[in-house]
Design a protein around this ligand. Sequence first.
Ligand code: PEP
Ligand code: MN
Length: 368
Amino acid sequence: MIITLRSDATPDFIQIVLDVAARYDGVQPRKYEFQGANGAATEVHLLGDTSQVPDKAFQVLPGVRRVVRVSSKYRIIGRHGQADAEVGFEYNGVKFDESEVLVFAGLCAVDTRESVESMMQLLQKNGLTTTRMGAYKPRTSPYDFQGFGADCLPMVFELAGKYGIKVVAMEVCDARHIDEILAALETTGNPTGVMLQIGTRNTQNFELLKQVGQQALLPVLVKRGMGITLEESLNACEYVATEGQPNMVFCLRGVKSHLGDPHRNLVDFAHVPVVRSQTRMPVCIDPSHSVGRFHFAPDGLPEAYHATGMGVVAGASMVLVDFHPNPAAALCDGPQALTPEYLPGFLAYIKQMRAAYEAVVQAGPIAH
Ligand code: PEP
Ligand code: MN
């Protein structure tokens, strides 16, 4: 059971709600604060058996906005049938709230200072304030480049600040990486923000999920596990949320299957509306790791554009995409990176796909 309070709820009122809930045997009340895109929201969750708790006990209280009966599945991240549920959050001046499509374009793996700087310069020139920069790379082979780790963080954060980048999406594979990122942000004077990324290989690394959830400073991008069900991947988000960090975006990136050949993964963007109806998370798509190659269709557009269009037309509100100024020299995933000259066209393409999405939603499913 979730009691959503009005935005002007005072600490005294929140305590009253907690006290009322605690009167019922076997019920443990717990308070959650969500920094929603439209302001802060407080919820009191009643854990345990709530079958004896009448909705009315809370509905009569003046500061209660609504009382929702929830299934135990996705208790915190779930939408629980609320069409008008608050979706998203704001972080470091960037709204992750589905009102537009955020584009996180950048390097799969940080390599040289020159690559990072030319990438950031390109983003600024194109009006973007969000990027991706991999410092910790989980690789299939121990002989492959594993990322420059903590050594490259000050350089990346300083350059991000220099070019007005507000959020850098960055994968972490171990709790130590979170500490290193927080330390580097502090020593560089917080010139930018970081969104912690859980990679597809770690979607069931439960201890890492808990540790990412235990920090409240940085929002989290959880990638779909490549070989597990959607439900199992969404449970990863519930793990992060139960530890205290509800500010998450869920990222579809394709699933591993030879049925996706010749693509790296089988594109799963038909799940965008599924995730949106089951949860309160904005949905991101990663066309680069889904398609896995830079290849033109006969219509002249790269396949990664088409994959992006599918996700955006289905309601995705964030795109994580690999770019590299010189893919041949990239230390990881060069063959799937788009090159700088495509960025303006890619952004224009996304705008058109978003406009198509908004138009079809406005028109509704039945032609008039
Ligand atoms: C990445 O985004 O750099 C990455 C490794 O993606 P995934 O975890 O989806 O393979
Ligand atoms: Mn990659």
